[in-house]
Design a protein around this ligand. Structure first.
Ligand SMILES: *Cc1c(COP(=O)(O)O)cnc(C)c1O
Length: 472
């Protein structure tokens, strides 16, 4: 016999618990944020082990959402990488401005789908506003269109897709109908130091990563304009603003002059470095970037907007929109901006809300100050490390610093000690054949004190590594 249970509303569907759940989330988030200063930058071994307790078969029965949230806080908050407290320098991650998180929370309560204007007029209008603001901040051509995507990987994909399609269209080939089968071949040219995301996009676009003609770079990883091959026909040329190791910016203006003579399409992967366009001190370095055809960048890195927030900018509005056109009888177009026309995805959350809130709060001056501060902190980090006998391998032109100890083995052992210290966190890389510790300063919350504390952690980590070696 099957016992009959009384039918009642499950606890997860009680409307009255909605606001108390949000209060709980607010409380837990507050506890997390208040404890950032005491938390190790990378979770402890015990905190990582605790995550195992979440690994269970899918529960058959429902349970109380308040319990779920509590469990998430107890295990998740301890297991989270502490990357917003000013001492995380790994990869190129970016911190999070408080207003960005707050605006995101509000927007999350709206739960907008942003495919069509009629699904979210507020998103559509904010996208139009942010498009104008970003174009003005970066001093790009007025006609430039923006699409708001999950990050620079998808922004690169979108820009290169628009470029590929447009170059083929000009040769009389409609790729959206005919595909790449039998299409005229398009040459793809990129710097030898192009980011992995660029090669990924090229392969996703069916252009073949093997077909990329790599242009030699200088000692800072900048594409050499004088080594860009002769282009007899229009090609896809991929440049970079912000080398992921050194932070250096390609001579994009010069490359555009050369490439545009053949009608080529120039894309700029500017994930974090395109923001250098707002700095008066970098005017010369960034000269001519406005001549390119498409640009991609992240708001979640240098601008400290919460994840995930990438932007594709394209001078040729029609080319961008036609790359993503789709039709169905149930679609509802409007005379306003239908956001799905500017990006690969249809449904997507309204990520422009927090971008708008950050830009509105900072204003032009605030954006400049934020980025100047990141660069100043990077220079200070490099200076202090150098005083402590670390070798600095790059010209610190933006927010990236490459440091090493006397030899590769010591550098690697030191890096390991830094990563497990909990004091700060950096990644590693190789640069001109040498092992380096890669420092990316991209959190607004980083202070001079935290840099000094991190440098002390470096010194201690090196002493430990050297001590262990001499014992062997
Ligand atoms: C981070 C980065 C990317 C990839 O961007 P995501 O936002 O992680 O998708 C591409 N290019 C460069 C130069 C980057 O720094």
């Amino acid at each position: 016999m099957i016992a009959k249970e009384p039918i009642s509303a499950p606890s997860w569907a009680e409307p009255e618990s909605f606001s108390s759940l949000l209060d709980k989330a607010r409380q837990f988030a507050g506890e997390y944020i208040d404890s950032l200063g005491q938390r190790p930058v990378f979770p402890t071994e015990a905190a990582l082990q605790a995550i195992n307790s979440l690994n269970e078969p899918l529960p058959e029965a429902s349970c109380d959402p308040a319990f779920v949230l509590k469990q998430l806080h107890e295990i998740g908050s301890r297991g989270a990488v502490n990357q917003t407290a000013g001492r995380y320098f790994g990869f190129v991650n970016g911190g999070m401005l408080p207003v960005g998180l707050a605006a995101r929370w509000l927007g999350d309560a709206w739960d907008q789908n942003t495919a069509h204007y009629v699904m979210s007029p507020i998103d559509s209008r904010l996208e139009e506003i942010c498009e104008r603001w970003i174009v003005s901040l970066l001093r790009l051509p007025d006609e430039t269109a923006a699409g708001f995507v999950s990050g620079t990987t998808i922004a690169n994909f979108s820009g290169l897709c628009a470029g590929r399609n447009e170059l083929l269209r000009r040769r009389g080939w409609d790729i959206s109908r005919k595909g790449l089968y039998g299409a005229p071949k398009i040459r793809v040219v990129a710097g030898a130091e192009a980011h992995a995301a660029v090669h990924k996009s090229i392969s996703m676009l069916g252009l073949g990563s093997e077909n990329v003609e790599l242009v030699p770079v200088d000692d800072q990883g900048r594409m050499r304009a004088d080594r860009v091959p002769k282009l007899h026909e229009a090609a896809l040329v991929v440049t970079q603003a912000g080398n992921v190791n050194s932070g250096a910016i390609d001579p994009i203006g010069k490359i555009c002059e050369h490439a545009h003579a053949s009608g080529s399409w120039v894309h700029v992967d500017g994930a974090f470095g395109l923001w250098a366009r707002v700095l008066p001190s970098m005017r010369k370095t960034c000269e001519g970037i406005e001549m390119a055809d498409s640009w991609s960048l992240d708001a979640h890195k240098t601008l400290n907007v919460p994840y995930d927030s990438g932007i594709i900018l394209c001078r040729h509005r029609e080319a961008l929109m036609s790359a993503f056109k789709a039709s169905a009888s149930y679609f509802q177009w409007s005379e306003h901006r239908d956001s799905m026309n500017f990006r690969p995805s249809m449904s997507a959350r309204a990520r422009v809300i927090e971008l708008w809130a950050v830009l509105k709060t900072l204003g032009r001056q605030g954006v400049r100050l934020l980025i100047e501060q990141l660069c100043e902190n990077a220079r200070s980090f490099a200076r202090l490390l150098s005083e402590q006998g670390f070798e600095i391998h790059n010209d610190v032109v933006f927010n990236q610093v490459l440091a090493s100890c006397d030899d590769d083995a010591l550098t690697r052992a030191t890096l390991q000690n830094i990563q497990s210290s909990g004091e700060c966190w950096c990644g590693g890389s190789t640069w001109h054949g040498r092992a380096v510790i890669r420092i990316s300063v991209c959190d607004w919350a980083t202070t001079q004190k935290q840099i000094e504390r991190s440098v002390r952690a470096f010194v201690k980590a090196r002493a430990m590594a050297a001590g262990r070696r001499s014992k062997k």
